[in-house]
Design a binder for this molecule. Structure first.
Ligand code: CTP
Length: 495
């Protein structure tokens, strides 16, 4: 290890002091002794790699200097580098605010704009805001000489697309690389996050849904869209999430990536690549559907949004997630083991199979399991009697309770979490459910309200009931709730 080279690479002694939060004498000691304490090695490793150096994880030897990276005043900060791709939609103006929010959180932002994005905002406004050149041409000779698109793609810790228009999502899905932005998407090895924004009809189109689902399956992390007033003036699902929220998600994803930087054998121990790595999780999501006859069924309004968002949040923190889901329109989250089911009986057997093999750490029952099934399902379509006054009596039997089953199973996961959907007496009913079902935490939400039905909505407002008491969580996006729950779970396992 050459400590002088490291100090130079990190911008001098005072930069190193600041990075390690130590005084000048500590640096002198390291210089005299010629080696570094184990505690500081991962920090230096992460800082050097964030600056683009190739570094040996064993002895912090600098193997290669960064090829020309974009530089700015902020480059002396050791924050993550985020490549912000702006595609051409009316929401493009909100990308500027996203850049600002990212910088507030310590990120270095390099802007890339598509041709159509320039119809909405100028490269100059983004460059002025980020303090860095904004890239917009695939074949600009100067840029190619200074930094090829491959290098631009590789210099990023995260690629963030804000807004991701329907057209951009389609081009990304098809692997088209006909401009700088889409070429970067193909060339990057970094995590990709997209914040879709479009007109509700475009969002609802099966082509868009298909493209979205495929990209998600390939590991692209989607933030939103949400329901509300869209930038084009229509109300519905398709609105881009708030820039501050997008920035939060991006920084969280970069956190996971930074941990990945540390995943080598740095100080004798193998470092973990995500806070929940090694944790096995089972999540139920969506409705169950119970057949009545060949064509009819009993169902409910669950969309699967909340359960799927939780699966995404935990998987992005490194957990190994099995998602047992009833039929939903949600795209399957990336990096989870999806087990599609239809009935409650199928859901139960998928869950018990999942916990039978290996010890499971966490079970989260977010599914709206149908409580009833008909005693005997007709094998053909039930014909309606000619007498219009005739009644049909269906005999129903109770379905097994999956949450109770997991809570009382001999292979019980360490932490079992249920959701209580209540139309009245929220706290009392949910507390009673927690007790009767034997789970550790119960998340209670009021459902069926006229102004916020919860089912199908992108937001949720809940109480978290644990053995310690009750917490009231404010109304938030279901994706935010998923992240908050993931924070709580992390805290529970590392307290
Ligand atoms: N649940 C389950 N299996 C069932 C019914 C419910 O696993 N057969 C789980 C749900 O996934 C949720 C919790 O139990 O985590 C509470 O579900 P909820 O629908 O609120 O309550 P029910 O048990 O169905 O009771 P009720 O319909 O009387 O409110």
């Amino acid at each position: 290890m050459n400590l002088s080279a490291i100090i130079t690479a990190l911008g001098g002694r005072s930069a190193l002091q600041q990075l390690l939060d130590v005084g000048p004498s500590a640096i002198s000691n390291y210089m005299t002794r010629g080696h570094l304490p184990n505690r500081v090695k991962p920090i230096i490793y992460a800082a050097l790699t964030a600056k683009g150096y190739r570094v040996s994880a064993d002895d912090l030897e600098i193997l290669a200097a960064p090829s020309k990276l974009p530089t700015s005043d902020m480059a002396t900060n050791l924050g993550p580098r985020i490549l912000l791709i702006i595609s051409g939609g009316i929401a493009a103006y909100r990308a500027l605010e996203t850049a600002r929010q990212l910088q507030k959180r310590g990120a270095r932002v390099t802007g890339v704009m598509t041709e159509s994005a320039k119809q909405f905002i100028t490269p100059l406004s983004l460059a002025a805001l980020t303090g860095e050149k904004c890239y917009d041409h695939l074949f600009s000779l100067t840029d190619e000489a200074e930094m090829g698109h491959i290098q631009l793609a590789r210099s990023a810790d995260l690629v963030l697309v804000v807004p991701a228009t329907a057209n951009f999502i389609a081009r990304a899905n098809a692997g088209i690389a006909d401009d700088l932005a889409t070429t970067i998407l193909l060339a990057t090895r970094a995590k990709v996050v997209m914040a879709p924004a479009m007109n509700p009809a475009m969002w609802a189109h099966p082509a868009t849904k298909n493209n979205f689902a495929t990209l998600t399956q390939r590991g692209v992390h989607m933030v939103g869209p949400e329901r509300g007033d869209t930038a084009c003036g229509e109300e519905g699902e398709g609105r881009m999430c708030e820039p501050s929220y997008i920035a939060d998600v991006a920084m969280k994803m970069v956190g996971a990536i930074s941990n990945n930087h540390l995943s080598g054998n740095i100080d004798g121990k193998k470092k973990q690549a995500g806070p929940l790595i090694g944790k096995r999780v089972i999540i139920t999501s969506g409705p169950t559907i119970e057949p009545i006859d060949k064509v009819r069924f009993i169902a409910n309004r669950s969309s699967g949004k909340q359960g799927h968002a939780i699966a995404t949040a935990l998987a992005s923190r490194g957990a190994s997630v099995t998602l047992v889901s009833g039929p939903v329109n949600e795209a399957p989250p990336g990096h989870v083991n999806l087990v599609p089911v239809t009935t409650a009986a199928e859901m139960l057997s998928a869950c018990t199979n999942a916990i039978a093999g290996k010890p499971t750490d966490i079970a989260i029952c977010a599914a709206a399991v149908s409580d009833w099934r008909v005693t005997s399902v007709e094998s053909k379509k039930l014909k309606k009697p000619r007498d219009s006054n005739a009644k049909l009596l269906l005999e129903l039997r109770q379905n097994p309770d999956i949450l109770s089953n997991l809570s009382n199973n001999k292979n019980r996961p360490k932490l079992v979490i249920g959701f209580a959907a209540e139309t009245e007496n929220l706290f009392e009913n949910a507390t009673a459910k927690r007790y009767h079902k034997g789970c550790d935490w119960m998340i209670a939400n009021q459902v069926g309200g006229d102004d916020d039905p919860v089912f199908g909505s992108t937001t949720n407002k809940v109480l978290l009931i644990t053995e310690l008491g009750v917490e009231t969580w404010p109304k938030m996006l279901k994706t935010e709730l998923a992240e908050k729950l993931a924070d709580r779970i992390e805290a529970e396992f590392y307290k």
